[in-house]
Every structure is written in structure tokens, then in C-alpha cells.
Design a protein around this ligand. Structure first.
Ligand code: GLC
Length: 569
């Protein structure tokens, strides 16, 4: 199937996120890989997708699930080769599916040749200027340059070692110490990323997901200022924060856009920028990346008022900036929405996860029912929908992975130590130091996919899975849902196919439902979407029912259900 040259193909697309290490393992080493993705091209096609986005598959020591990139223009040998990548792109393109790769520009891995070169070079050298090295405070430079904190570790600074082993300068990392931040004022860094964008575009890649897009530019003249809390969402919205969303970052993306426009159709990119909607949408302007992830529904209350407000606000903002909105309910950093929506109201999701799910009972039936309703609702909205692997199977978060199997730096870096009396196996208590984890991390949504309901790793691969799969995965396996009427997988398939068929202008009209818990809108071709959150059974308009999130009898829409109807107009 030839891909169209339409420069706007992405505006109302369905894009599926693949977390490659957990998608499909072709060689039995327990890690998903590129040939594994190629082998599932037909499956992806069966979801009527426009594109897939691959989380990082580049060489990486895996200090942060691959978001610590050691070589931006290669494939991790554990996941395949560049030839495998080319074959994958061809197989997906042949099925009409485009490919996005993940670009991680804020930081590299500490194993990147440039960082290794920086460590081997002198303070003030050209090699060090590609990163952010500074002298420490204190008599012997033993204190970090300031109090800045990182997302994953207490301090955003780590002291380097000189080549002779003596303690040296400190370097900045907004994430793990193994992820040193680039200095985006350095022209070599800027040019190298242009080279990376061309490298993948020349190989046929259609777009890019841009990791932490809002953090690249920092005000390094303000090193003397305190910045003890890291929360890009809560910053002042003026483009002058020390670390996030500085106005100058847009110069970077305007330069990237020129590269995107060298191709036909132009390449597109989506910004990951945890910011308030208004500032976030600037990244999506036509002379910048094109799209930005809209994360507003991730933590939203499940009710009609909240959903309607978020939708209206984002559609308007997108229109004003010349882009379309995106809709996101899941990704590799988030607790799966099936789980979130099945927890008792008021549950603090992260605390619940930290308790391995013991804090409160999870109502799986309710969670899945609501999750499917929310999904169907977003899929009918004007704009581009992002789906995260396993979502189409109705997977829940795996909340009770044995602690020794966890991999996420969020788990093993967010700790406090406490002096206390500890007793082992009923022995006499001794004074010791207890390590207390304060965050569970993101492994629970990254567990390898179940492809079949039997077999050692549910068809993921012949050699087990790098994160343990729970037994209940068997009921969610692809082969347990294939061609099974009303299975989550078949509902996704029906909805995504209908969405493609009926997609129309980027407008919607809200209709009065007469119930504050029911939202009803139409697109301009007679495609109706109605969601009943917590209302009374809602009488549906005449017309063919295209798909329902949960089957129901008659023409009254029960609560926690969403339906699409096609009328003559
Ligand atoms: C982004 C990624 C996340 C990663 C972080 C650092 O937020 O989505 O997985 O840990 O950036 O690269």
C-alpha cells in the first residue's frame, strides 16, 4: 500500500506506541526486538493504525529503559541491526503504517562517546562544553554547585572523576546520574541532532517523538539561584523559568522544522512537554514540531464536566496555534487507565502502587468498563489519538511485580534511609538502616505483552520475559480475544476502523443531552458520540450503532458506556 504524500496525514491519525523491549521477542533472549515488531506488522495493520511510535531502541546501558542513549544513530545490538530496522520500516510501510522514532535531546547516556571524551578532557575544554560541567562549592569543591534536584535522584549534580581518579567537576543531570544533560547553547550539539533527524528521515522514518522537549534550554547564568523542587507543570508561564519551557527552546524547533520540510511529505514531530496547555501548544505550531502530547486527561476526574472542559479548551488552543489536538490516556510512564479508573474515588494512585495494590481494592470490571468508555470517547474527538501497547487488550497495571525484579530508576533512586531497629527472621532486633522507597516507578505498565494464553511467556518469546508477567495475563492474550465478539481487542479494532472511515473536518458540535453526566457530540457528517459517565440511562438518537464500549441491549445507554451512532446527517 503506497503511503500518501499528504502533508497533513498526522492531524487526525491513530498512532500506536511500541515499547520495543516489551512488545515481541523474536530470538528468545527475553527482550523484545525489532524483528519481533516486523513479525507483527499484520497485527498492527488489523488495528487500522496510521503510524507507530517506537520508544528508544538505540544502544543504551538501560539506566532508564533506553532513555539513556549511547548512540543516536544505531540500533541496540540486543534489539537488532540497522538492516532489521530498514526491513521493519518497509514491512510497516507496506501495510500503510508510518513510523516515528523517539529523539532524546535533553541528555545522553554517560556511555555516549561525547560524555566519555568530556570526562577524559580538562575543565573548560571543548569536549566538556557539550555538557554542563561546573566546579563544586566548598573548600575542595566537595559540595554540588547548587541545590537543584533531579527527577530521579536527590541532586541534579554528580561529581565526576578526573582521569587520575581524583574527584573532579560536577555535571548536571535532570534525570539519573547516568543521563548527563547536554548544553544546548553548544552549536556542535545542535548540529549533531540535525544530523540525527536527517539520518532517520533518510531511512524512511516519518516522524519523531521528542523527549522532554521543554527542558533543553537552561539559564546557566542563574546557577546561584535555588531551585529545590522539580515540577515543570507548576512553573510560572512566562518562558523565563531557569530550567523549563524557556522561550529560546523554540529556536531549536524552528531549526528542526527546516529539516523536516526537506522531505516529502514533511516529517512531523510530537513534543513531550509536561506544561500547561497554553504553553504546551506553542511547541505544536506549524513552524515548529507540529504536534504536542495533550496529557490533560491522564489525571482527570472521570466526569462529564471535567472531560468537556478539557476537550473544549484543547480544541480551541490547537486551532489557535494551527495544529490539531492529541488525546492520550496511557503511555510507558503512566499507570494504565484501566487501573486508575477501577480504584475507589480519592485513592492516591502512586501510593496505592507503592503498596503493591494492598491499600485499596481494585474493581477490575469497573476499571475496564470505564476505560473503554473513555477510550471510545477520545477516539471520536477531532485530532490525533495515541494508543499505548497493551491498551487494546485491556491490560491493567501489574501492581505487584516482585521488588527484586523492578528495573525503573524511579523505584531504586527515590529512597530515604532511616535508622531503626531491624529484626531478621525472628532474630533479636539490631540497630540498622532501613531503605524506604517513596515511588514505585513505571515497570507495571511495561510488562511484555501476552500474545497467547499458554506458553512460557504467553507468546512474547521463547526465553521468558525481562519483567515477570502475572498469570492473569493469559485471559488478556491476543489469541484469547481474536475474533471474540465484544472483546476489548475487537472493540478497539471496530472503533479504529470506523474512525478512519468516518473521520471528517476537525470540528465538533456539542448537543444538549439534558443530563449533566452525559456528553453528546456530533462530527459534521452525522457521526455521533455519546458517553454516559454516571447518569441515568440515556435515550439514543435514531441511527446505526457503529460500536459500543460495552455491549448493552435496547436504545438506552447505561452509565459508564460510550457509543458511536451514524445518522443520515
Ligand atoms: C521522558 C520519558 C521517560 C524518561 C524521561 C527521561 O519523560 O517519557 O520515560 O524516563 O523522559 O528521558
Amino acid at each position: 500500500m503506497a503511503l500518501s504524500k499528504d502533508p497533513d496525514w498526522w492531524r487526525q491519525a491513530a498512532i500506536y506506541q511500541i515499547y520495543p523491549r516489551s512488545f515481541k521477542d523474536s530470538n528468545g533472549d527475553g527482550l523484545g526486538d525489532i524483528p519481533g515488531i516486523t513479525s507483527k506488522a499484520k497485527y498492527l495493520k488489523s488495528l487500522s493504525l496510521d503510524a507507530v511510535w517506537l520508544s528508544p531502541f538505540f544502544p543504551s546501558p538501560l539506566a532508564d529503559g533506553g532513555y539513556d542513549v549511547a548512540d543516536y544513530r544505531n540500533v541496540d545490538p540486543r534489539l537488532g541491526t540497522l538492516e532489521d530496522f530498514d526491513q521493519m520500516v518497509k514491512a510497516l510501510h507496506d501495510e500503510g503504517i508510518r513510523v516515528f522514532v523517539d529523539i532524546v535531546p535533553n541528555h545522553s547516556s554517560d556511555q555516549h562517546v561525547w560524555f566519555q571524551e568530556a570526562l577524559a578532557s580538562k575543565p573548560g575544554s571543548k569536549a566538556r562544553d557539550r555538557y554542563i560541567f561546573r566546579d563544586g562549592r566548598g573548600k575542595n569543591g566537595e559540595l554540588p554547585p547548587n541545590d537543584w534536584v533531579s527527577h530521579f535522584a536527590p541532586s541534579a549534580w554528580t561529581r565526576s572523576k578526573n582521569p587520575d581518579g581524583t574527584p573532579g567537576q560536577w555535571y548536571l543531570h535532570l534525570f539519573a546520574p547516568e543521563q548527563p544533560d547536554f548544553n544546548w547553547d553548544n552549536r556542535e550539539v545542535q548540529l549533531d541532532f540535525l544530523k540525527t533527524l536527517r539520518f532517520w528521515s533518510d531511512r524512511g522514518v516519518d516522524g519523531f517523538r521528542v523527549d522532554v522537549a521543554h527542558a533543553l534550554k537552561k539559564d546557566l547564568s542563574k546557577l546561584n539561584k535555588s531551585y529545590p523542587k522539580i515540577d515543570s507543570f507548576g512553573i510560572n508561564q512566562h518562558g523565563k523559568d531557569i530550567l523549563f519551557d524557556r522561550d529560546e527552546v523554540h529556536e531549536v524547533y524552528r531549526e528542526w522544522r527546516k529539516v523536516f520540510n526537506e522531505y516529502n511529505p514533511p516529517r512531523v514531530a510530537v513534543a513531550e512537554a509536561y506544561l500547561q496547555a497554553k504553553r504546551r501548544m506553542i511547541y505544536a505550531r506549524p513552524d515548529e514540531l507540529g504536534q504536542a502530547f495533550n496529557f490533560d486527561l491522564l489525571g482527570a476526574q472521570y466526569d462529564a464536566r471535567t472531560y468537556k472542559r478539557i476537550v473544549s479548551e484543547n480544541l480551541e488552543l490547537a486551532k489557535n496555534e494551527g495544529s490539531s489536538s492529541t488525546w492520550v490516556l496511557n503511555n510507558h510512564d503512566q499507570v494504565r487507565h484501566t487501573t486508575k479508573l477501577g480504584l475507589p474515588k480519592g485513592t492516591k494512585v502512586h501510593e496505592w502502587l507503592l503498596s503493591d495494590g494492598k491499600d485499596a481494592p481494585l474493581d477490575r470490571k469497573l476499571g475496564l468498563t470505564r476505560a473503554k468508555a473513555a477510550t471510545l470517547f477520545t477516539m471520536a474527538l477531532p485530532g490525533c489519538v495515541y494508543i499505548y501497547q497493551g491498551e487494546e487488550l485491556g491490560l491493567f497495571e501489574v501492581e505487584d511485580i516482585p521488588h527484586h525484579d523492578l528495573q525503573d530508576p524511579v523505584w531504586y533512586r527515590n529512597i530515604i534511609t532511616k535508622r531503626q531497629r531491624i529484626s531478621f527472621g525472628g532474630r533479636k532486633p539490631i540497630n540498622g538502616v532501613a531503605v524506604i522507597h517513596t515511588e514505585k516507578g513505571r515497570d507495571g505498565c511495561r510488562v511484555p505483552l501476552p500474545w497467547s494464553s499458554s506458553g512460557k511467556s504467553f507468546g512474547f518469546g521463547s526465553g521468558g520475559a525481562h519483567l515477570p508477567q502475572p498469570l492473569w495475563f493469559k485471559d488478556f492474550a491476543v489469541d484469547a480475544q481474536n475474533n471474540v465478539k465484544d472483546s476489548t481487542l475487537e472493540i478497539y479494532r471496530t472503533a479504529l476502523a470506523a474512525r478512519k472511515k468516518f473521520q471528517s473536518t476537525e470540528e465538533l458540535t456539542w448537543l444538549k443531552s439534558g443530563d449533566p453526566e452525559v456528553l453528546h457530540f456530533t462530527r459534521d457528517n452525522g457521526w455521533h458520540c455519546i458517553i454516559n459517565f454516571q447518569g441515568k440511562p440515556y435515550t439514543l438518537p435514531k441511527g446505526e450503532i457503529l460500536v459500543a464500549s460495552t455491549p448493552f441491549k435496547g436504545r438506552k445507554l447505561p452509565k459508564d458506556t460510550c457509543v458511536w451512532i451514524k445518522t443520515d446527517k
